[in-house]
Design a protein around this ligand. Structure first.
Ligand code: SAM
Ligand code: FES
Length: 450
């Protein structure tokens, strides 16, 4: 069976630095160029391009295989991709100068490579050397920290349309020596490019991290730099069983936090709208609504719907600003308060707890659900959106790690499992409780008051 006329495999295997591999020979650039050519030559619906792991022919990479023809190309460069697409995929004639036709020699090379890899693994194992994946895991924070520092300094804006290390250091008022080290590391992470000593943003860096771009996400991403400080206390938090926060939530911290939430919420709101529909939704209560992204999306989509957002006093001016900019101040009211104490009103059709329950303890959530149920009218729904763990709490990985994010950042927060949510919701008085799986890391618990 062959669902597509052609299926191309591009080896994108990475190997430790200094070891020959397709990815070190530029196979990711070949992959991008192939995808662009397939699209621009109008073959997108007939040709599938996917990646594959090591084929044992690393010295001759990048390797590209074309099925069902069984043609193996070697040493492919981005410049070759136009010919591969036009001559082979369009006209059916393989590009002979790139083709590898000696199957016997290829097999011998692949087997020799396999034996070499196995021998190296055995030697490493016998010497008791830490496996590479564990070694990489331990150093995993290096690239992240480089990126966070670049964001904190607003380095991508300082690089602008291209600048030397000295110019960037001048703009940032940082040490020229250290700035050059940081810039070089960013090039190694493919977040910048360097030509003749001039550093340049990549397309993605210019788009998402530079001030002049409309898609600049730096404000929201700085939240990750802020919570880094909490994470550095993890060991002590595990000893004590609660957060030992050192960093204060000042105005800038709050702004970054709400911007980060807004970035995520804008993307998630459409899934929620699709799942919940608009029937019977007139009076919405958005608990801890943050930027108001969900209330904004729902009141925009449902004629006549009104929403109230309850959030803490420090956040309310920011919420009001987002609502005003959306032109919805007449349909969304914003109340300063504490959801753990203040009234939820009555006769609500829909109550949101989006990214809220993980901040609180099990008992606090039980109480929130009980009071939410009282504030809903019959057939009204409470929607909890969160990172929901499976029963044994070890997966999904994101939710299991997020539990620690709450340990280091809150007094009693956690990630909770579906059975926990279901039990609390039923105990609160909800008649129907369903889990709705959504694309991405968070899911919904939808509870209806019957
Ligand atoms: C993780 S954010 C989620 C924001 C929003 N629901 C969303 O999904 O984008 C948590 C929100 O709850 C608010 N919050 C925290 N504790 C609160 C409390 N006791 N009462 C009201 N709001 C609270 C925070 O200020 C923040 O806006
Ligand atoms: S890394 Fe591509 S063939 Fe080995």
């Amino acid at each position: 069976m062959e669902p597509f006329r052609y299926h191309l495999f591009v080896c994108t295997q990475t190997k430790p630095e200094g070891v020959t591999s397709c990815s070190a020979s530029g196979s990711k650039r070949v992959l991008d160029a192939l995808n662009r050519e397939v699209q621009s030559q109008g073959l997108e619906d007939e040709v599938q391009v996917t990646t594959c792991g090591c084929l044992g022919l690393c010295d001759d990479g990048p390797i590209v295989i074309v099925y069902p023809d069984g043609v193996w190309y070697h040493r492919v460069t981005p410049a070759d991709t136009r010919e591969i697409v036009s001559a082979h995929l369009r006209a059916g004639k393989a590009v002979s100068r790139l083709q590898w036709s000696d199957a016997g020699a290829m097999k011998a090379k692949a087997l020799e490579h396999r034996e070499h890899v196995r021998a190296a693994q055995r030697a490493r194992d016998q010497a008791g050397i830490l496996p590479e994946d564990l070694d990489n895991l331990i150093r995993g924070y290096w690239p992240s920290r480089v990126m966070l520092t670049a964001l904190e300094l607003d380095l991508f804006t300082a690089v602008g349309d291209g600048a030397s290390a000295e110019t960037v250091a001048g703009r940032l008022k940082t040490s020229p020596r250290a700035t050059e080290m940081l810039l070089n590391a960013l090039v190694s992470l493919q977040l910048l490019q360097k030509n003749d000593g001039v550093f340049q943003n990549t397309a993605a860096s210019a788009r998402f991290f530079a001030q002049s771009s409309k898609d600049n996400a730096r404000g929201g991403l700085l939240h990750m730099a802020n919570i880094w400080r909490n994470w550095s206390n993890l060991t002590e938090c595990v000893r004590r069983g609660t957060s030992v926060k050192t960093e204060k939530s000042d105005r800038e911290w709050t702004q970054n936090f709400i911007a980060a939430m807004d970035r995520i919420a804008n993307e998630r709101a459409r899934h929620l709208l699709k799942t919940l529909g608009s029937d019977g939704i007139h009076r919405i209560l958005d608990l801890g609504g943050g930027s108001g992204a969900y209330s904004i999306a729902f009141t925009r989509a449902i004629a006549g719907a009104q929403a109230e957002i309850l959030d803490i006093p420090e956040v309310v001016p920011l919420t009001e600003d987002y609502v005003r900019k959306a032109g919805l101040s007449d349909r969304i009211t914003v109340r300063a308060g504490d959801m753990l104490r203040d009234s939820f009103g009555r006769d609500r059709d829909l109550i949101f707890l989006n990214a809220i329950c993980h901040m609180f303890s099990a008992d606090q959530n039980r109480d929130l659900f009980r009071r939410a149920c009282q504030a809903l009218q019959t057939n009204g729904r409470l929607v909890v959106q969160d990172f929901i763990l499976e029963r044994d709490k070890t997966s999904p990985q994101f939710a299991a790690l997020f539990a620690l994010n709450m340990l280091v950042g809150t007094e009693a927060g956690n990630s909770y499992s579906e059975p926990e949510y279901a039990e609390w919701l039923r105990a609160a008085g909800f008649g129907e409780v369903t889990r709705v799986r959504l694309p991405g890391p968070s899911d919904l618990m939808v509870a209806t008051k019957l």
